[in-house]
Design a protein around this ligand. Structure first.
Ligand code: GLY
Length: 362
């Protein structure tokens, strides 16, 4: 087991990376004294697999719990689902002290966090992420949000969980494609800040793909440490540091939007976005070509795409213009200068970006 601390004064919290069952989690919850009624938000598949074990562990430490399932899709991050969820909480909110548990991936985590942030002006919640992507990224950091028809994550709050419990044993049921999607975010951490992590991934990719638990614990705890460090130093993305987490996301998001979040999952989109960011860095003369090749070799090992198929170029440009990273007529991009280091620049001519987007589509 590894414990990473996210340091935010009175809002600090531990991130536990383990392969053990829920007994340890229940003990920690008892010690934290968050409440004696847990409202667990999950999805039907995950709650069938892990709900009973979690409920029993909680009950053994005197915490009553109910499970509330939502559909496992972005459509659950809607105003309608938010109101349904918060109404359900209010209907069971008796004299017991209530807290929320997010048992699922990014969708469950984002909705739960926002529900917890806003119900009665804020109640405690914890994250129990069940996808690799959530364990290395979305469960950590306190950005919570739901979507509007006009865009993703437009209604939200910064609201930190009290605990993140990343159990690699919960990843056993995850389809290989989703493991690869999470690995794209891990590769991202290597590219932006940690060349040793990048080298570890290159050397141990086979073990990681075979779900070797120790290797997974190693990469999840390293990723958690990096994310915790960045969030601790720039919680609300006002100091520029958190921006580097957007490496690969500018073009990646445009691809996701242009394809209506259908043919590419998040990790696949940022995989293509990271390669594109390398090409932009080469165009502006700050990156040697061999870095792009090393990145491509690693992404291919993890079964991640480096080009998008069947995407309407016009839609990608449109999505790009609408993206909030477009500031005063210029795009803010995070581009690498070597493995383990990136710079944030607002000076990239749109012509270069257009050329690279075109190259990213086969
Ligand atoms: N919840 C994800 C983040 O704060 O980055």
């Amino acid at each position: 087991m590894k414990v990473v601390k996210l340091e935010l004064q009175e809002r600090s919290y531990p991130i536990i990376i383990t392969k053990d069952d829920f007994k340890n989690l229940a003990g920690r919850l008892k010690a934290l004294a968050l409440g004696n009624q847990a409202f667990i938000i999950s999805n039907p598949i995950i709650s069938r697999l892990y709900g009973p074990g979690l409920k029993t562990a909680l009950s053994n430490v005197g915490i009553n719990s109910v499970i509330y399932n939502i559909k496992d899709s972005e459509s659950s991050k809607s105003i309608a689902q938010y109101i349904k969820t918060i109404s359900k909480i209010s209907s069971i909110d008796t004299k017991k002290r209530l807290f929320c548990v997010a048992l699922g991936g990014g969708v469950v985590g984002d909705l739960t966090g926002f529900v917890a942030a806003t119900y009665k002006r804020g109640i405690p919640y914890i994250q129990v992420p069940t996808t690799l992507l959530a364990q290395v990224d979305s469960a950590i950091g306190g950005k919570t949000a739901i979507d509007l028809a006009s865009g993703k994550n437009l209604v939200g709050a910064f609201f930190q969980p009290k605990l993140v419990y990343s159990n690699v044993s919960l990843l056993g049921s995850l389809p290989a494609r989703q493991i690869s999607s999470g690995l794209a975010e891990v590769v991202k951490y290597g590219m932006i800040i940690d060349k040793d992590l990048f080298a570890f991934l290159e050397k141990n990719y086979q073990k990681i793909l075979n779900s070797d638990k120790e290797s997974l614990i190693r990469i999840i705890s390293t990723a958690s440490k990096i994310k915790a460090h960045i969030v601790a130093n720039d919680e609300k993305e006002t100091k520029g540091l958190r921006t580097i987490l957007n490496f690969g996301h500018t073009i990646g998001h445009a691809l996701e939007t242009a394809t209506d979040y259908t043919n590419l999952n998040h990790g696949e989109a940022i995989s293509i976005g990271m390669v594109a960011a390398c090409q932009i860095a080469q165009e502006i003369g700050i990156l040697e070509p061999k870095v792009e090749q090393r990145l491509i070799d690693l992404l291919v090992k993890f079964n991640l795409p480096i080009k998008a198929k069947k995407v309407d170029l016009k839609k990608v440009y449109q999505a790009f213009y609408r993206d909030k990273k477009f500031i005063n007529g210029k795009i803010r991009m995070v581009v690498p200068s070597r493995i383990g280091h990136v710079i944030v620049t607002e000076d990239i001519p749109f012509k270069i970006i257009q050329k690279i987007i075109k190259r990213s589509i086969s």
